[in-house]
Design a protein around this ligand. Structure first.
Ligand SMILES: C[S@@+](CC[C@H](N)C(=O)[O-])C[C@H]1O[C@@H](n2cnc3c(N)ncnc32)[C@H](O)[C@@H]1O
Length: 288
């Protein structure tokens, strides 16, 4: 796929996800965002850029933290994400936030204009993540900070669900994260990549975020509401019902009806599968 094709495909995927993104009753991206912000520790009055802002998991919490003397700009490539997030701004009574339709890899923003750049669960969607890191470095004031989260490896308990989708996934669709030499394969690789574009003093934290699902249907609704949706969309219409049933059955086997809830401590507790949105490790990178 060419770079414009990848961008268009990602934008389309998240455009279609935007209606239910982060709003199916499952605490996932907001938990990661909250932790990222706690680790970064924004200061009142800061100018913040939230790259790939989605529905505002980072954006809105950051706006509260920097206060009225600060400002937060969110950018995202998916029109549905931006339109919905823009609508939410007045509802939240915030006057220090804007959300703009813009490519994170080539942001059309002034050089050295931000104190902090944040990107939660975004970098691995860029066709050239290194180019993105380079661009974000340019946007930071001297001494500015970058806070990034990525997803870690797969939880083996999801293997059965992944197997259901496997026949529909084209072989070339391999995420950078599974490449052992790739940018996201380890904290070390990631920090090296960031250093190569000029960031210094990296600090990374690996965390697990277990999520609880009420039942298989809630997991399925949730998986349609974010990047995992791509796997459902690869399934032809006439096979959707069959795949839905197989996924449900695989989840039920992990967690029988009268047993503990999916993901609940004490139960077998599956956590999400590729593209590994939560329940896996979270890497935060803070660069000063
Ligand atoms: C998993 S969501 C994360 C959203 C938000 N940061 C959060 O934590 O909930 C990934 C977001 O990155 C956006 N995105 C992907 N590629 C992008 C690009 N090249 N430029 C801007 N946004 C992009 C998607 O549209 C989507 O909203």
């Amino acid at each position: 796929m060419s770079v414009p094709d990848v961008r268009q495909a990602v934008a389309g995927l998240f455009d279609r996800s935007s209606e239910t993104y982060d709003s199916v009753g499952v605490e996932s991206f907001t938990v990661i965002a909250r932790q990222l912000l706690a680790d970064v520790g924004l200061v009142r009055g800061e100018r913040v850029l939230d790259v790939g802002c989605g529905r505002g998991a980072v954006l809105f919490a950051a706006a509260e933290q920097v206060g009225e003397t600060g400002s937060v700009t969110g950018i995202d490539l998916a029109p549905g994400m931006i339109d919905r997030t823009v609508c939410d701004i007045p509802d939240r009574g915030l006057t220090n936030v804007q959300a703009l339709l813009m490519d994170a890899q080539e942001p059309d923003l002034p050089t050295a204009d931000f104190d902090t750049v944040l990107a939660s669960a975004v970098l691995f969607f860029l066709p050239d993540p290194l180019a993105g890191l380079r661009a974000w470095h340019r946007l930071l004031k001297p001494g500015g900070r970058l806070g990034v989260t990525t997803f870690g490896g797969n939880d083996p308990r999801w293997a059965e669900v992944e197997e259901v989708f496997r026949p529909f996934v084209p072989p070339e669709m391999i995420w950078a994260i599974v490449d052992p030499a790739g940018l996201f394969a380890s904290v070390r690789n990631f920090e090296r990549a960031a250093a190569s574009v000029g960031f210094v003093d990296a600090s990374s934290v690996v965390r697990k975020h277990p999520i609880t699902f009420a039942d298989p249907d809630q997991w399925i609704r949730w998986s349609w509401s974010h990047g995992h949706r791509i796997f459902w969309e690869l399934v032809p219409g006439e096979r959707q019902h069959e795949v839905h049933t197989q996924v449900s059955a695989a989840l039920d086997r992990q967690c029988p009806p009268n047993g503990p809830k999916i993901g609940q401590p004490g139960g077998p507790g599956p956590v999400p599968a590729v593209p590994r949105p939560t329940g896996t490790r979270q890497e935060c990178l803070f660069l000063y």
